[in-house]
Each structure stands twice: as structure tokens, then as C-alpha cells.
Design a protein around this ligand. Structure first.
Ligand code: SF4
Length: 387
């Protein structure tokens, strides 16, 4: 397996002088400024940007691309913000057609049967449901751990944690401590959207603000709960908004070191109010925009070990190409994805192990299964068997 190596940037193949200048500073070990990230978003030299991001990624991870045997469970789509998160097609009001809230038995049934016992991580997120409070989740996590003690529980976005704290009249720390005692291991990064107040006013005006999203993650990190972070892009945000968002994530990572991975999330315009308002349908974002988000994330977030491509949102073909644009981790097996398919994602809802291995090898990379903390736990021989 090819592992981390010295940073080697092919400067002669970078056409844009601005990208070359930034690459030289990276080679000198200097940190990128916000204006550098903006220049990278604006460059027409996608190849040059990719070469730099790939070099930085290879210096950390060699040719290894990791994935997890994970399983998504979305216990409730009932959400108090149903009418104000205008980019969301997943949420329902309590009495609306299609509204659901799983019973404990339904959660356990899905957990047991979803992936023939191969799941090593549950990714559990849902709506802000007034009837899904602390006890709903502590009972769920205890039951999951009792039945499947070796499965990692990555659950509840910062927005959901703040919602539970509000309805229970408890602090974020109290809620997180109770969830941790019940079995919560790490937190996903959803709910960040784009941090800009102006953007939030337009796409999610009642949602937890940027400072509180950061505050919940800071509290979690202080309790030893590591987390991921995201950025929803491709809607109404500007390049400056993206840069400020990345800056806030990098600042918290400097402070706590608690983030595991950065995961850009492409906006899907179908079946949601924002898409209709913007007059957009079908393809969510351009392939160029998707690759730039990942590559700039790799370069600006120099204190993040992992950048993940979410094939559910950008498709498997783009995710494969992204492995040459700074990405070292792919979304895993997933099993049953609901949230992005509710807004028109046409991608697969699950991926088998052979499919994932083929995708990674097809990019000339070396697949490896990881645990939820990104430690490699299994490599594969050419037949896809564990090596
Ligand atoms: S994005 Fe999340 S918080 Fe907003 S309506 Fe959808 S489920 Fe609710």
C-alpha cells in the first residue's frame, strides 16, 4: 500500500500564475489566506488546482482511499422547520402525508436487517421533531448498543442537539453528556448549510445560526465527542460566503482539533421551494464546482486530515474523479438514503463492497475500509477479499 510521501507539486503543469503562486507558498509550509481560497474558487485552471490538491492529499495519504461500512437511519422526518428550510424536501409537518416517526422496534428492525450484519457505523439523523426528545434518542442508542455493541453510533447534527436542548430545557453539554452515556460515539456534520447570515436568511431563516453550530461542535469536542463538518453549496451563496465558512471551520479546528472530516454537500434543486424560486431543476451543481469545493477544502483546511466526497450527492463518476482532486475518503455503503433522494438525487441509494472497491481501483487508488475514526481496519487483495 502506498502511504504518505514528501510533498511534490508539478509546478510546470500549473497554467494559472495565481494558482502557481499559492502552490509555492504551500510548498514552503505557509498557510493560505482567505483571498487565496477565493482565487482558487475563481481560477479557470481546474487542472492546476487539482494537481496541487492531489499533491497535498498524496503527501498525507499516499494512494489510499478509505470508506466505511456504514448505514444511514433517518428515524423521523417530522420537523418544526418544515416551512422555513426552503432547500429541504425531506421534512414533513406532523399531520402531513408522508410524515413518519419510527418506533424503537422499527429502528431496531432497520438496524438489524439493513445490511446483513455488515454495518460498522450507524449514521442517524432526522427532523426536529417535538416528540423525539432526549429520551427517544437515549432509549434508541442504548437499545442499539445492547443489541449491536460493536457498531459505532454517529448521530444527531448540531441542529438536532440544539433542538433537543431547547425542548428539554437543558444545556447542549447536558444533552450531549446524556447521549454519550447512552452510546453516542461521534456526531455528523450536517446542518451547517452556508454560515453567512444573509444566506441563512434566504434559505433557512429559523435554523440554528453559525455561531451556535460552531458552539455545539465546540461543546461536543470538549466532551471528547469528535465530529464532521459540512458546507451546503451551489444555491445562493457567494465565493466570499464559502471562504468565510471555511475560515470558521478552520478556526474551530485550530482550537479543538475535534473535526474528523470536511464534507462539502451539493445542493439539489428538485422538489424543494428554493429550487422552484431559483427556477432550477435537475443537475444540482456543475462538475467543476463540485471538484473545486473538494480541492479548495483540501488546501485551505490544512488542519483537517480528511476530505470526503459524498457520491450520493455528486454521483459515483464525479466522486471517482474527485479522488484526484484532494479527496481521500468516500461515503460508504450507506444502505438506504432518504434525505437527498427527497430532493431529486438520482444517484444510487446504496453501494455494495465490490462496487466501492471497483470505483476506487478504477481511479488508480488503493481501497481500504476504515473505522469511524478513520483508522484503516481492512485492506483488500485484487479479488476484493480482505488481505
Ligand atoms: S433541513 Fe433539517 S431542519 Fe431544515 S426542514 Fe429539513 S429536516 Fe428540518
Amino acid at each position: 500500500m502506498t502511504t504518505a510521501a514528501a510533498l511534490t507539486i508539478p509546478f510546470e503543469r500549473i497554467a494559472d500564475p495565481a494558482v502557481r503562486d499559492i502552490a509555492e507558498r504551500i510548498a514552503e509550509g505557509r498557510r493560505l489566506e482567505g483571498r487565496d481560497a477565493a482565487a482558487l474558487y475563481r481560477t479557470a485552471d481546474l487542472t492546476g488546482l487539482g494537481l496541487v490538491a492531489d499533491a497535498v492529499n498524496r503527501a498525507r495519504h499516499g494512494d489510499v482511499v478509505t470508506f466505511a461500512s456504514n448505514q444511514h437511519i433517518n428515524p423521523t422526518n417530522i420537523c418544526t422547520l418544515r416551512t422555513t428550510c426552503v432547500f429541504c424536501g425531506y421534512a414533513r409537518l406532523p399531520k402531513e402525508a408522508g410524515a413518519y416517526r419510527y418506533t424503537l422496534d422499527q429502528v431496531l428492525e432497520e438496524a438489524r436487517t439493513g445490511n446483513q450484519g455488515l454495518t460498522k457505523e450507524f449514521h442517524i439523523v432526522g427532523g426536529l421533531d417535538m416528540k423525539a426528545g432526549l429520551e427517544y434518542y437515549t432509549t434508541m442508542f442504548r437499545a442499539l448498543k445492547a443489541e449491536l455493541p460493536n457498531v459505532h453510533i454517529k448521530a444527531l447534527t448540531a441542529v438536532e442537539i440544539a433542538h433537543i436542548a431547547r425542548i428539554e430545557k437543558r444545556s447542549w453539554a447536558e444533552v450531549l453528556t446524556a447521549l454519550q452515556a447512552a452510546g453516542l460515539d461521534t456526531m455528523p456534520g450536517g446542518g451547517a448549510e452556508t454560515f453567512s447570515a444573509a444566506v441563512r436568511e434566504e434559505i433557512a431563516n429559523k435554523k440554528l445560526g453559525a455561531a451556535d453550530y460552531i458552539g455545539v461542535h465546540r461543546t461536543a469536542h470538549g466532551l471528547g465527542i469528535r465530529s464532521n463538518c459540512t458546507m451546503l453549496y451551489g444555491h445562493v451563496e457567494t465565493i466570499q460566503d464559502r471562504v468565510e465558512h471555511l475560515q470558521m471551520l478552520r478556526d474551530l479546528q485550530d482550537e479543538t482539533g475535534g473535526f474528523l472530516a470536511f464534507i462539502p454537500l451539493a445542493y439539489h434543486p428538485d422538489d424543494n421551494e428554493l429550487g422552484a424560486r431559483l427556477g432550477r431543476r435537475g443537475t444540482a451543481t456543475s462538475g467543476v464546482a463540485d471538484l473545486k469545493m473538494l480541492a479548495v477544502g483540501r488546501l485551505f483546511l490544512d488542519n483537517f486530515a480528511h476530505v470526503k466526497s459524498h457520491w450520493i450527492m455528486v454521483g459515483t463518476a464525479l466522486s471517482q474523479i474527485a479522488l484526484h482532486y484532494g479527496v481521500n475518503d468516500l461515503e460508504g455503503t450507506v444502505v438506504r438514503e432518504k434525505i437527498y433522494h427527497a430532493v431529486g438525487a438520482k444517484t444510487q441509494q446504496a453501494m455494495s463492497l465490490p462496487e466501492l472497491l471497483g470505483l476506487i481501483r478504477g481511479a488508480g487508488k488503493v481501497p481500504a475500509e476504515r473505522d469511524s475514526f478513520y483508522n484503516v481496519i481492512r485492506t483488500f487483495d485484487d479479488d476484493g477479499e480482505a488481505a
